[in-house]
Design a binder for this molecule. Sequence first.
Ligand SMILES: Nc1ncnc2c1ncn2[C@@H]1O[C@H](COP(=O)(O)OP(=O)(O)OP(=O)(O)O)[C@@H](O)[C@H]1O
Length: 316
Amino acid sequence: MADPAILTHSLTKKYGAVTAVHEMDLEVKTGEVFGFLGPNGAGKSTTIRTLLDQIRPTVGSATILGLDSHTDSLAIRRRVGYVPGDLALYPNLTGRETIRYFARLRGGVEQAVVDELAQRLQADLTKKVKDYSTGNRQKIGLIQAFMHRPELLILDEPNAGLDPLMQQEFLTLLAEARERGSTVFLSSHTLSEVERIADRVGIIRDGRLIVVERIDDLKRKAVRRLDFEFAQPLAADTFAGVTGVREVTVDGTHVHISYEGPVTDVLRAATTYEVLNLTSREEDLEEIFLAYYRGDEADAVGEASASQAESTNHVR
Ligand SMILES: Nc1ncnc2c1ncn2[C@@H]1O[C@H](COP(=O)(O)OP(=O)(O)OP(=O)(O)O)[C@@H](O)[C@H]1O
């Protein structure tokens, strides 16, 4: 079997009294797109910089593509494309000169690949970097990360500053990289940025990896809602004890139900009465995710459904 693309053992980074990364055991499989999610200051960038040997862990170790992150760091750099969270560029170089500089560090890349990436991302490479907007700087970051068709892409909040059209193009580039067999490690603070492309997500909070799940499983756990209109008013306890039901609001003939898991029992209980109308609302993945952020992972689904507004405020 292929080595995992990323494997860490008890990876820990302390800055004085602050433990930025705490005993992290992370495995990213070859060929998957892994979303690395957490709020500001959770430890995402510190983890990534440790993986790339830009900083040394206080305790623990990591292998990247089967190579030791420290002793084999040069070999790793050639096989990895990296977009840092705080991309530092020379202000007086043009975009093209900047890309040439990165290309030389990599031992040369195909000009045709650079041109195609620049065209697809609508990057103007003739301007000096100091005259770029945040989004245009980010495009340079993406071009240099993708241009050597690396086996592993490590992307630290790569969407920053990209407009919706470019975000879409970026997702297409990721999908193509996956088609070629590349692995993608993608950090973000919003699930919505990664949910369309990631196979699995890991959620990090206060330096700890608190959950790793397949996006499909996370979706299965998400809260869903049904709004019924009945011919007759129902008693408040009509749905008490029905499997999967989390919350019921009865307002005369209108009943709102949030539930998790299969809908069968809810429907069976409802259709013992005359149903005039039924609407089903989108499952809300963001809610369950925000609950993990807040620290309610033991009961992420229930808490999320109870107080979305509060959780949204907390993250901001
Ligand atoms: N060089 C440093 N010296 C001291 N503390 C640091 C240093 N770098 C990071 N930290 C601290 O480590 C913790 C994790 O920071 P990190 O930048 O890794 O988080 P992050 O998840 O990438 O956040 P963001 O989404 O804001 O980039 C924070 O408390 C931060 O203040």
